[in-house]
Structures are given as structure tokens and as C-alpha cells.
Design a protein around this ligand. Sequence first.
Ligand code: ATP
Ligand code: MG
Length: 591
Amino acid sequence: MNETRTDPESLALMDTGNLMASNFIVDFIKDDLGSGRYTYVHTRFPPEPNGWLHIGHCKALMVDFSMAQQFEGKCNLRFDDTNPEKEDISYVEAIKRDVLWLGFDWEGREYYASDYYEYLYELAVKIIKKGKAYVDDLSEEAISEYRGTAVEDKTHITNTPPGRNSPYRDRPVEENLDLFARMRQGEFPDGGKTLRAKIDMASPNLLLRDPVMYRIRRDTHYRTGNAWCIYPMYDFQHPLSDAKEGITHSLCSLEYEIHRPLYEWFIREAEVFPSRQIEFARLNLSYTVLSKRYLLKLVQEKYVSGWDDPRMPTIAGLRRRGYTPEALRNFISQIGIAKNDSMVDIAFLEYCLREDLNKRSPRVMAVLRPLKLIIENWEPGREEELEAVNNPEDPTAGNRQIRFSRELWIEREDFAEVPPPKYYRLYPGNQVRLRYAYVVTCTGFDKDPGTGEITAVRCTYHPETRGGNAPNNRKVKSTIHWVSCAHAVALEVRLYDYLFGVERPMEVPVGASFIDMLNPQSLDVIPAAYGEPCLGKAAPGDRYQFERLGYFVRDTDTLEDQDQEGGKKPVFNRTVGLRDTWNKIKEKTRI
Ligand code: ATP
Ligand code: MG
């Protein structure tokens, strides 16, 4: 895969912000350097290539890379690829692309746990020789039955009755070595035998009840092919892969906390470099799910158009939706790193996004639900150029010329035949300003006698009000946006709502699935919108603010349209609306 960074945004230097500078992990690392436990800092980001990265991984990446950066250390990218059934090279490629896009660079330190199979095998042999591992003939089901069932609450495993020893637990070392070698040779069927660590069948932590180290699986691995028919389990593989790379601080999410004694056991028994595992809280976000297993189901069962569907919390989905790497990194910096799991309000993510887009997005006008406005005192064929500000937040962005003519598209909802109370936009007799152009007075409208639908609105313009000049006798209470019918380009616009209809889609009632929590209205396609001509030349990924409507990004999709230049109709995604709900939440809860 070509690893050059083609997206200019990824060239931005990783700026993890000062908020990452102090947290409990920093304190641990300082202690370790102070006590001489380590003389350097080396971290790793270890995705399993069984899905695309999501925003939770952005947090993990930021923790791994920023801790290394802060202590002038290094951070590896390691693919934890020891489960052949679910892994694929396409995932490796997608992960690398997303990591780079987010602005993180592993500087050539790209590793694969599958490259360590021989090393891991030798360490397993070493542990067998010490009498600390044995080959078991029990089936995987029998193993879990012998292990027993945990009686647990969320944090502590308590009152769990002891498990039962396997009848094969006390096999002599020689026999174990012979059987393990024959497992590798392919003498036994899939699932016929396992290699287990001999730890403690009475431990209150079930993970320590003789965990499986190797299982037999005749699956083709995307990198090692059929070279192996035994595959190492995560808990055995991960600490020893860390050790092989000289990783000092193995930073991972909180669900691995109960795995830590096992992590330490394997390091100790294999007598390898003593990497240290430190856990931090996972990122949980409202109205979405952050688990690859669940995201995979949405993709496979076609509830979304793919891993990069703009409604997905994946990095690729967020990118296609119009998120910037800066907004994502800033969001992670702001929420910080803590030890306790919590749920972050998605409105806060959107707030961070708007902060960034407001600064960088050129403003343009587009009309989503068009209604024709006819200026009766403007001669047919006459055109004028008006000046519009590109970005009031950025004086360097300059101005542009926009075309004005007799027939314009305005939003259908900016006209009312009978105005409701406090309606200040167009209705017969009322006047409004057309943004950057003139004040117009509504003189009437056309109605289809059959359907009752308004087909056009009529008005007259006031020449002396050109641009910003509104004399006192023309005070208007509202300004509406428009595009010139003769010049506008047709667009398809896609509006999005949250993918799930409930805040916590994982907490479903008994008998229901998280699928039942999907929001049926999460996608609204507007097939016939119009925008300023420059939108016809936008490249995928170009971002704009459509005045009064929100932030939009040019999608990767282009549709056929014979009426349009080049026969193409661009698609735009709404990234986020203009209205900020976060400040309201902040006020309410005094955050
Ligand atoms: P999933 O449960 O979504 O499959 P995972 O943890 O199995 O996620 P990995 O590819 O194994 O996915 O994760 C790579 C790294 O990212 C791990 O160190 C993991 O702890 C971290 N990580 C995964 N999800 C989150 C999250 N929501 N918040 C923070 N870190 C996460
Ligand atoms: Mg995992």
C-alpha cells in the first residue's frame, strides 16, 4: 500500500494539546523513570485487523502516541493478528490510512504479531519445560464447564466456587512437549487439543484458571497462509509481543484490567522484557456504538452503506461526514484520560467540530428545497455581479463574485402564503433582504390550481438597497439566502441524524437487539438542491458552510445528470448543523 500522505491535513503536526500533558499515566511513567524501572519510554498501538478504526481508537492512538512524544520515546504500530478467521489485509490497509489521516506517524515501526509465531512457539515450549503449561484433551466447551461460572458484580469477582482440574493437568513435561510438537505438525483435528497455562483453578479471577495458550484451527491466515494450524491466544500473545518490541508501557482500555495478572504471569514465566500494562477508560459516546463487533454487524447486514458510511463512528465515516483530524484530536484532548469509564455526550463532539469548521469553512449559498422567486421589475436576460464575503471568521479568505438575475431559487420555507405569528420572511406585502443583494417586496405568488402547490413567488426589488445599503425606510427583519436559477448547479444533499434513536443503544431491553435501537430517520436524501456554481467544481472532502443551513462536505459519490456540465451531479453531506446544543447542555448542567 502506498503510505505517502496525500491528504494535506495529515501533514499537520500532531498537536495533542496540553490537556494530554498531565494525567495518571504520566505520573506512572514519571515514577517508572525515576525509580529506574525503565530508562526510556516505548509504547504501541495494537489494533486487531478485523474491522476499521472508530473514534474510540482515536483516543487510544492519542494516548499511545502522546505519551511516547512527551517522554521523547517511540510508538509502534502493531497488528495483533493472531485470529485467522476474522482478519484481513483490507483492514490493515484501512487502519494505516486512518492512523495517518488522524496525524499519527509510526515512522516505519510497523509490526505484526503474526511475525512472532516462531518466537511465541519457543516461549510456549519454555513454559512447558518449566512445568507451567500442559496439553489438554478436553474440548473447548468442557474447559469452560470445568472452569466454572463467575459470580460477579461489575468490578469485583466474588464468591466464585473453585473450578475443577482437567484430568490431563498433570501430564509429564516430556509428554506435553511431544504432544505440543504434534499439535503444530497437524496430527490432531481442530479443537482436538489445546495448550493451557497451569496457574490456579481456584482463582477468583476466572482468567487465571488455566487459560488456553494455543488452539488448533485450520484456517488460512491472511499473512502466514497455511504455515500454522495452531494459533496463540490473545492473553498469551499480547504481553510477549510487547516484550519482544521492548515496549515499556502497554497502554490499553479498562476491560483489560482483569487480564493484567495474566499479562504479568506470562512475562514472568517466559522470562522476557518486563513490559507494564496500564489501563485507561474507554471512550463511550452517546447515540452510537463503539465496538468493532457491532459495527461489523451493521456493515455485513447492510444497515449502513459500508464502514465509511457517514453515519458510522468510524474514522473513515467521520472523515466522509466532514470531520477534520484537528476536531477529533481536540475532542479527545478536551475529554482527557481518566481511569473510570464514562459516557461522553455526542453534542460535545459536535461542539468541537463546529469550533474548527467555523474557522476554516468558506461560506456559500445553497437552497435545499427550492421555490422560484421571480423579480418582476428586473428585465429578463439582465445579470449583475455582487460581492460576497468568503469567511467572516477569516479575513484572508477574501471575497467572491456571485451572479444575480431575474429568477432565483429560495427555500420553500422562506415563503408563507399566510404567515404564522412572528414570521418575518416572505409573504405577500412583506419585504426581506436577499443576502448580499437587494431588498425585495413580495407582490404575489403562483399556485397550481390542481394541487394547490405554490409554484413561484413574485416580488419587486429596490435598486437603492444594493449590497449592504438599506435606507431607513426599508428596514427589514430578515435576510434569506438564494441562488440564481440560470447559474446554480444541481446537487444531491444528504442530511444525517444520529444512527441510533436512543442515548445508550447497548443497553437494550431483554429480548431486544441493539439493531432495534437504530434510528429509522438517520438519513434524509434531498435529490434536487441547488448551489452556487463553485460547488460544481468541489473535490471530495472540500468543506463549506452553506449559509443558514450548516456545514457540508463534498462526498466521494457523484451522480449522473445530463442537464449539468460534464453530465455530473455532485453529492454533499451535511457534517453538522449550525445550531449548537452543547452550550445549552453546559448551561443546564453547569459543566
Ligand atoms: P472492539 O471492542 O471495538 O473490537 P478492541 O479493543 O477489540 O475494540 P482493538 O483493535 O483490539 O479493538 O483495539 C486496539 C486498541 O484500541 C486497544 O489498545 C484498545 O484498548 C483500544 N480501544 C478500543 N476501543 C476503545 C475505546 N472505545 N476507547 C479507547 N480505547 C479503545
Ligand atoms: Mg481487541
